[in-house]
Design a protein around this ligand. Structure first.
Ligand SMILES: C[S@@+](CC[C@H](N)C(=O)[O-])C[C@H]1O[C@@H](n2cnc3c(N)ncnc32)[C@H](O)[C@@H]1O
Length: 259
């Protein structure tokens, strides 16, 4: 899709009623607020949280492989943490999100690192992707499925517009996250592995690989300086690398192919 086509899709999407937000994502309005968008990265990925950002980027890069000239759609791209990184690596990428405030931060970041000409940020709803079938080589979403009340509808939309690959993460039910989930402002949807296998199959995808990580809560890493987080992470990875420890991981990365 050319830049011009993306822009015209964008304005069609906006004029066709984005003011009526989809109702099947937890706390969707939360990310519309300017102050939430402004604090988003600082709150999650500073101090010890930096290593979470690094780990998620590594998961995306390892799943997508060489992205040069690959056409990629990022769902719920937020402030463009991955969109910008992939544009820097030569991907032909569109980042879609429903929050204008989050996208605004992404555009700013893209312009700061000089890739604003190599990507598109598009305001849209992941429940109704404004693209034809098989439009992208790969489609991915990070930190989105824990907000989704109807994950099957989002995953089938992602599968519909992808030619080759779909990648996403989920938070796991049997993990430290379940102990504090109720305290979070909107709570996260937590998944059993079997549920995700079913979702992948129902979307007509084939599971290529899955990785499970982080025994210790993200919140703990965020509270401590990064040198301390690095040591703790060593303990965390040695536990999660063990087949029994892996059962208690709190995040899963799912890499699926379009048959
Ligand atoms: C936790 S943030 C994750 C942002 C980004 N993926 C990251 O990992 O930094 C969740 C994002 O989902 C977006 N979102 C929520 N509902 C959406 C929908 N129906 N369509 C598109 N984006 C949506 C929010 O605006 C927010 O930017």
């Amino acid at each position: 899709m050319t830049r011009h086509e993306v822009r015209s899709v964008s304005s069609t999407v906006l004029s066709s009623g984005l003011s009526v937000f989809a109702r099947n994502v937890k706390g969707q309005e939360w990310y519309q607020a300017d102050e939430v968008a402004e604090a988003y990265e600082e709150k999650r990925f500073s101090r010890g949280g930096r290593l979470i950002d690094r780990r998620e980027k590594e998961a995306v890069l390892s799943a997508l492989g060489d992205v040069t000239d690959r056409s990629i759609l990022e769902i719920a791209c937020g402030t463009g943490r991955f969109t910008v990184m992939l544009a820097e690596r030569g991907a032909n990428i569109v980042g879609l999100d429903i929050s204008a405030a989050m996208l605004q931060r992404g555009r700013r970041k893209a312009s700061q690192v000089g890739v604003d000409d190599h990507l598109e940020f598009l305001r849209g709803d992941a429940a109704r992707l404004p693209f034809p079938d098989d439009h992208f080589d790969a489609v991915f979403a990070v930190r989105f499925f824990h907000l989704a009340d109807t994950p099957e509808s989002f995953l089938s939309e992602m599968a519909r517009v992808s030619r080759e690959q779909v990648f996403f993460d989920t938070f796991k039910a049997m993990s430290s996250r379940s102990a504090y989930n109720w305290m979070l402002p909107m709570g996260s949807r937590l998944y059993e592995d079997d549920e995700v296998y079913g979702l992948i199959e129902d979307a007509g995808l084939e599971l290529e690989s899955a990785e499970h990580d982080f025994i210790l809560p993200y919140g703990l890493y965020r509270q401590i300086p990064d040198w301390m987080a690095d040591s703790l992470r060593g303990v965390d990875t040695s536990v999660v690398d063990h087949p029994i420890g892996e059962q208690f991981a709190s995040v899963s990365y799912w890499n699926a192919t379009v048959p």
